[in-house]
Ligand binder design. Structure first.
Ligand code: ADP
Length: 186
């Protein structure tokens, strides 16, 4: 499923983000930037040690990565030249600013990609694995943040891809994007 906003294509696919060939793929990291399970582990395994080396240097310089922020490293052996690491919020029931922090995680990645003049970026479903964010809610925030960024900001990005690992998550993101497609047709 896809839609175009101001010359940028937003698409939703089911698959493994580590095999994407976009300029950057986004990692749902944790504040230590030292790797972990889920998509984080998969990216470090596929990309090799160069990614972790750069993460260590960044942590030595600026400390742990706060929730809602993003940094960029090499993509190592990945097809994508860069990995943008961000930290989504842990779900605590919704009263600890989770929605704003999730929005910020997507926004900071889009901003960093634009600052680095990247043409394409792939996102996983940030926070909906180990961090427990309800998928339908997270999908709405992910899609609305990308749509508003593309409507409001000048960007180098021509392609934004959501790469969802399982069919339930894929369906949730399609439903979230469908709302905007329906509005366009109306
Ligand atoms: P978080 O800690 O932010 O919740 P997780 O990695 O636990 O991050 O999960 C985030 C999402 O990434 C989940 O939907 C999970 O199924 C998905 N995921 C895991 N591995 C991959 C992969 N190789 N490509 C794309 N998505 C993945």
């Amino acid at each position: 499923m896809e839609m175009t906003i101001n010359q940028t294509k937003v698409s939703i696919v089911q698959g493994d983000i580590t095999s994407q060939a976009t300029d950057a793929i986004v990692n749902a990291a944790n504040p230590s930037l030292m790797g972990g399970g889920g998509v984080d582990g998969a990216i470090h395994r596929a990309g090799g040690p160069a990614i972790l080396e750069e993460c260590k240097k960044i942590v030595a310089q600026q400390g742990r990565l706060p929730t809602g922020k993003a940094i960029i490293t090499t993509g190592g052996n990945l097809k994508s030249q860069y990995v943008i690491h961000t930290v989504g919020p842990i779900w605590h029931g919704g009263s600890r600013n989770e929605a704003e922090l999730l929005k910020s995680a997507y926004y900071e990645c889009l901003k960093l990609a634009t600052e680095n003049k990247l043409a394409s970026i792939s996102f996983p479903s940030i926070s909906t694995g180990a961090y427990g964010y309800p998928v339908a809610e997270a999908a709405k925030i992910a899609v609305s943040t990308v749509v508003s960024f593309l409507k409001e900001q000048a960007t180098s990005l021509k392609d934004v891809v959501f790469v969802l690992f399982d069919s339930r998550t894929y369906q949730s993101y399609c439903s979230a994007l469908q709302v905007y497609l329906t509005r366009l047709e109306a």
